[in-house]
Design a binder for this molecule. Structure first.
Ligand code: NAD
Length: 685
């Protein structure tokens, strides 16, 4: 049940891999505690975990299932610990998250390693702490720290929290010894001076100050936070922390249970599991990855520099290769400035930045490519340039090196064939900014070797990204769906909406940005160039909206040129409605013979989402995505789709199927020639 260290009973949590508080662990803690309390040789108790985890909190897979409600449920377990007659001290190493931290909060003392990580990440699953976190943490740390920790869900280290009031002691090492000492000291006080055991519940917060601060926090919720009920519920729960604990706990529980059944929390939990699943190759495709320590990045432009940074951040050696010395210097400067900025803003220690930069080699000499275990190409999006570059890669890369292209749209098989070793080639589609965005599409070509694919997935995890497998087809998963969505939004411009109507409706749904604001940000010229290249092959019967072309013809290339779908004051990012744009759009409607009508936000949202769902079903039926849920991961992680709506597939599954299919038929009719109506059955089954 427990180990005896002198007269201290040490209860070791052991539920691999991260000590989640599943039913069996909860039961074990109660039994061990009872045994320790009943044993006359024991005067104090320590609860501890292992290097990786003190306790990572509730077992999410039990959510909403009978086991979650099987005794001892978490709140009852915590009451039991708090009311132990012998002092209980938490000895914390590794992570203490959610219910794991709440367990520590009911102990009579807490000792943590400097490296331990404590956090209440429930908000990321659309929840609030449900077992006292909102009531006890502010009693220990004060409202400010507790609010910040629960609002962003990010864990903080023992060192960062050393003076927060959360811990009695933060140590570099000898954790168990320090915890046993504290347990002994508390036992002494209890026996010698009848000092009651210290409990967070007995502390009081200052009501007026707390309510005043929470009122300010309410006004500061962002529009995206306002769309997620957990953010308001958190403030409501914190507001109850000024009441006697029993009342506060009751309020917290009510709010928690309501959130647990909310569509937002279900969607976020769906995302959580979908993400976890997406990073694994489907059964039958698994293989041992090839080792990667040195990566060559070809092309040091926007993407190349960003890719180099994320490789350096992951501890890899990077060879950055360019065609001209001036382009190389610009790329190197991008990397250097990035690290200078991170250090200047306190986000990275100078020695870490220096160590990362020391692993970077910049060159225009192709011979150096032979040192690379993996090559990532990020040159211009032009097939002839890519073919030439991959031919050279085929010549210079060492046998067995993995060869990747960061192309957004081009055919990975054609590129692979240029190397003479297509089995070594795959697509690694990073998103911009490459060192920030978590999504990585791992593209499987017709000849990609299983171990090469496994290397791509493994690398994604090493870079702390979410790698998602995709087949080789125009736009892969993400850009293909995004194109269908953007096209539908362009139809809506011709039908009667303005860019600002479409953008605000989709932002109100929860998208990080509307499609036209995104287009202005990334520049309209890329799409313009692609449209021009497709002119010859485009079927004239297809509905084609030429508004973007007309904007570009007038030099409106997006933010970088000061105007696009909106205009921008020099150096500023705020978009302004522009009468010139309205005139271009009105003319486009006229030319198509459309009587403009106003579109409601609901219609705009529904049409945009239906277009996504239809395209998702098409590509899923083609086998481009191997799991329907992967599509949700791609859209949420790479395209600003609101995570609390779960992704387009999850959204579609919540809709009435008959109405959904009827609406899709209407959408197809209105789009006219070229719109392929998808069969939704496989996607939504
Ligand atoms: P960019 O124009 O910023 O950079 C391309 C770089 O490649 C330039 O510095 C150029 O000098 C270099 N280059 C060209 N030919 C070369 C050669 N033969 N040898 C060595 N270097 C050469 O372009 P970018 O935006 O970084 O895009 C690069 C690739 O990434 C494209 O395939 C693009 O589709 C893809 N991509 C871009 C984004 C984005 O948002 N920019 C997102 C995902 C993927």
């Amino acid at each position: 049940m427990f180990q005896l260290h002198g007269s201290i009973a040490v209860i070791v949590l052991n539920n691999p891999p991260v000590n989640s508080l599943g039913h069996s662990l909860r039961k074990y803690i109660v039994e061990a505690l009872n045994a320790a309390n009943a044993n006359p040789a024991v005067r104090g108790i320590v609860i501890t975990g292992n290097d990786k985890a003190f306790c990572a909190g509730a077992d999410v897979s039990e959510f909403g299932k009978p086991l979650q409600m099987a005794e001892p449920i978490l709140p009852n377990l915590l009451n039991h610990v708090e009311s132990s007659s012998k002092p209980v001290v938490a000895a914390m190493s590794g992570v203490a998250l959610g219910g794991g931290l709440e367990l520590a909060l009911v102990c009579h003392g807490r000792v943590a390693l400097e490296s331990a990580k404590a956090g209440l990440p429930e908000i990321l699953l659309g929840l609030i702490p449900g077992s006292g976190g909102t009531q006890r943490l502010p009693r220990l740390t004060g409202l400010e720290i507790a609010l910040a920790m629960m609002q962003n869900g990010e864990p903080r280290t023992g060192l960062q929290l050393a003076d927060s009031g959360l811990f009695d002691k933060v140590v570099k090492d000898n954790l168990l010894e320090a915890a046993c000492d504290l347990s002994n000291a508390l036992a002494d006080e209890l026996i010698n001076d009848s000092t009651p055991l210290p409990r967070a519940r007995d502390r009081q917060l200052e009501t007026a100050a707390v309510q005043e601060r929470l009122a300010i926090a309410r006004t500061k919720l962002t529009p995206r936070q306002q769309l997620q009920p957990a953010y308001t519920a958190l403030l409501d729960a914190l507001s109850a922390a000024t009441l006697p604990l029993e009342f506060g706990l009751q309020r917290e529980r009510e709010l928690f249970l309501k959130l647990q059944g909310s569509s937002q929390s279900r969607a976020l939990r769906h995302q959580f599991f979908a993400e976890r699943e997406a990073t694994k190759l489907p059964a039958g495709m698994q293989a041992t990855p090839r080792p990667v320590q040195t990566v060559a990045v070809i092309g040091a432009g926007t993407m190349g520099a960003g890719i180099a940074i994320c490789m350096l951040d992951a501890g890899l050696n990077v060879i950055l290769l360019e065609q001209h010395i001036d382009a190389l210097q610009r790329g190197e400067q991008r990397v250097t400035e990035h690290y200078q900025h991170r250090v200047a803003t306190g986000k990275l220690k100078a020695n870490v930045a220096a160590a990362n930069e020391s692993r970077l080699t910049c060159t225009i000499d192709w011979v150096q490519l032979s040192d690379a275990d993996l090559v990532v190409e990020a040159v211009f999006e032009d097939m002839s340039v890519k073919l030439e570059v991959f031919k050279k890669i085929g010549t210079h890369a060492r046998p067995g090196a993995v060869l990747a292209t960061n192309t957004s749209y081009l055919d990975v098989d054609a590129i692979a064939n240029a190397t003479g070793r297509p089995q070594d080639v795959l697509g690694l589609h990073f998103f911009s900014p490459a060192n920030v965005m978590k999504l990585l599409e791992v593209v499987r070509g017709a000849h990609t070797g299983a171990d090469v694919l496994a290397t791509g997935m493994e690398l994604g995890k090493k870079l702390r990204k979410v790698p998602v497998l995709t087949g080789n087809a125009f736009g892969f998963i993400g850009n293909r769906i995004y194109n269908a969505y953007r096209k539908q939004c362009e139809f809506m411009l011709e039908d009667g909406a303005w860019p600002e109507d479409v953008d605000s409706a989709l932002q109100a749904f929860g998208f990080a940005m509307g499609p036209f604001a995104v287009a202005d940000l990334s520049g309209l010229d890329i799409a313009w160039r692609m449209r021009k290249a497709q002119t010859a092959t485009r079927d004239q019967r297809e509905r084609y909206v030429a508004i973007l072309d007309h904007l570009c013809e007038q030099g409106r290339l997006g933010r970088k040129s000061g105007s696009g779908y909106y205009s921008y004051e020099s150096g500023k990012q705020t978009p302004f409605t522009d009468s010139i744009v309205h005139a271009i759009i009105e003319k486009a409607s006229q030319q198509r013979g459309i009587n403009r009508r106003s579109l409601s936000p609901t219609e705009i949202q529904r049409r945009a989402l239906l277009a996504m769902v239809n395209e998702a079903a098409l590509l899923f039926n083609d086998g481009i995505a191997s799991r329907a849920n992967d599509i949700d991961v791609v859209l949420v992680q790479g395209y600003g789709f609101p995570s609390w709506e779960g992704g387009p597939v999850f959204w579609a599954r919540q809709q009435d199927r008959t109405i959904l299919e009827q609406d899709l038929q209407t959408l197809a009719r209105e789009a006219g020639f070229g719109f392929v109506l998808a069969d939704l059955s496989a996607l939504l089954s």
